[in-house]
Design a protein around this ligand. Structure first.
Ligand SMILES: NC(=O)c1ccc[n+]([C@@H]2O[C@H](COP(=O)([O-])OP(=O)(O)OC[C@H]3O[C@@H](n4cnc5c(N)ncnc54)[C@H](O)[C@@H]3O)[C@@H](O)[C@H]2O)c1
Ligand SMILES: [Zn+2]
Ligand SMILES: [Zn+2]
Length: 373
């Protein structure tokens, strides 16, 4: 099929996205074609452009947060059919490996290959200018159609609006799960969430669900602070210093139970201030991507060990997509999860560079590309 997609030909050079003609092959074994309704603009795609996530191959079709309707199924697709509404999961899970069957499907080995630069079978589904194109997360939602492996496709009920459901492909479960699962939040906790973007705002929602007593949102952008409070944060401040001062007052000097880091880039100086405002035995969750080659991290290891704190990485919010994607849809339907309000601005694919500029300038909780079929 001939269509249009947003590509990077020189990843890591901040050259921006080139919207151009692409060709997408029909689905092969255990693949489906999905006509997308929308694609979220996640900071991780920008990391392909700014080099935080370096790619040794090019070109790449970006985008990994989408939802739509199946228009074609390949051979050996047994549990999906044309017309099904689906969320595309940025991490596939096979459902059979040890990690999947033990309830850790975000650790499925398939997920480790999402930046391989080709489809799971080692070939390309997308072509441009006569070259094979690698797809972000085996997906490439910066095009109106995606040929996706069934392991990354999750069927949802048809009453869930697809443009909102798109965000359940990455930002919503990643943020929500960072609170609910990775941080193992408890009723009455005092929690600090650092960085209120598409991921952090959903960590606020997760903290609310888990009954946190104090939810302190940290972001330098006033709009983000306002939004955090609209989504359930009890306090909002602009930086670590103000957060630490507030945490001290709210906890009688003991410190926060959980600190969750969801800023755009995790630099090595972010961790220690987080640990300093965490109580003895508390948990620091790191969800943000860091420059892959970064090794220098400032961290007071003595205090860390001797006060029994825990540093927890969080991939996809430690969610199990086949359980949590439908659950998040249910929570939306019953009015307990805000999705509509996450979408600050919508864009046409042609305006994708503006969408990333707006993201970097802190103008959006989530920007969303809308496809008009
Ligand atoms: N672990 C995962 O599975 C996973 C999944 C998706 C995204 N991510 C990563 O999560 C991060 C956040 O993504 P996003 O889409 O929400 O980004 P975003 O750009 O929408 O939001 C980032 C927010 O951080 C704020 N910020 C930046 N520096 C800050 C600081 N020092 N203190 C407080 N706030 C600060 C910005 O103002 C912005 O509001 C990115 O690094 C992204 O790559 C990780
Ligand atoms: Zn993402
Ligand atoms: Zn698996």
């Amino acid at each position: 099929m001939k269509t249009t997609g947003a590509l990077l030909w020189e990843p890591g050079t901040n050259s921006g996205w080139s919207v151009e003609d692409i060709e997408i092959d029909p689905p092969k074994d255990r693949e489906v074609m999905v006509q997308l309704a929308a694609s979220g603009i996640c900071h991780s795609d920008h990391h392909l452009d700014d080099g935080v996530i370096p790619l040794p191959w090019a070109p790449v079709l970006g985008g990994h947060e989408g939802a739509g309707v199946i228009t074609e199924v390949g051979p050996n697709v047994t549990d999906l059919e044309v017309g099904d509404h689906v969320v595309l999961s940025f991490l596939p899970s096979c459902g059979k490996c040890r990690m999947c069957v033990s309830g850790r499907s975000n650790m499925c080995a398939l997920g480790a290959g999402v930046l391989a630069g080709y489809a799971p079978d080692g070939t390309h589904r997308v072509h441009a200018r006569g070259k094979g194109v690698g797809c972000m997360s085996f997906l490439g939602t910066f095009a109106p159609y995606v040929c996706a492996p069934v392991d990354g496709v999750i069927k949802i009920d048809k009453d869930i609006p697809l443009d909102k459901a798109a965000l359940i492909g990455c930002g919503v479960p990643t943020g929500w799960g960072s609170s609910v699962y990775a941080a193992d939040m408890q009723i009455g906790d005092t929690v600090v969430i650092v960085g209120i973007g598409g991921v952090g705002i959903n960590a606020v929602q997760g903290a609310r669900h888990k009954g946190a007593r104090n939810i302190i949102a940290v972001d330098p952008v006033a709009f983000k602070q306002e939004q955090a409070e609209a989504f359930g944060a009890t306090h909002s401040v602009s930086d670590y210093e103000a957060a630490a001062e507030l945490v001290g007052r709210l906890t009688d000097g003991q410190g926060a139970d959980r600190v969750i880091i969801t800023v755009g880039i995790a630099h090595g100086n972010l961790l220690n201030p987080a640990q300093e405002m965490t109580r003895r035995g508390g948990v620091i969750v790191l969800t943000s991507a860091a420059p892959i080659l970064q090794r220098d991290v400032e961290f007071d290891l003595f205090t860390f060990a001797m006060s029994g704190k825990r540093l927890q990485g969080s991939l996809y919010g430690t969610t199990n997509s086949r359980n949590d994607v439908p659950l998040l849809c249910e929570l939306y339907r019953s009015g307990q999860l805000m999705l509509d309000e996450l979408i600050t601005r919508t864009y046409r694919l042609e305006d994708i560079n503006q969408a990333f500029t707006d993201m970097q300038e802190g103008k959006n909780l989530r920007g969303v590309i809308m496809y008009d079929h």
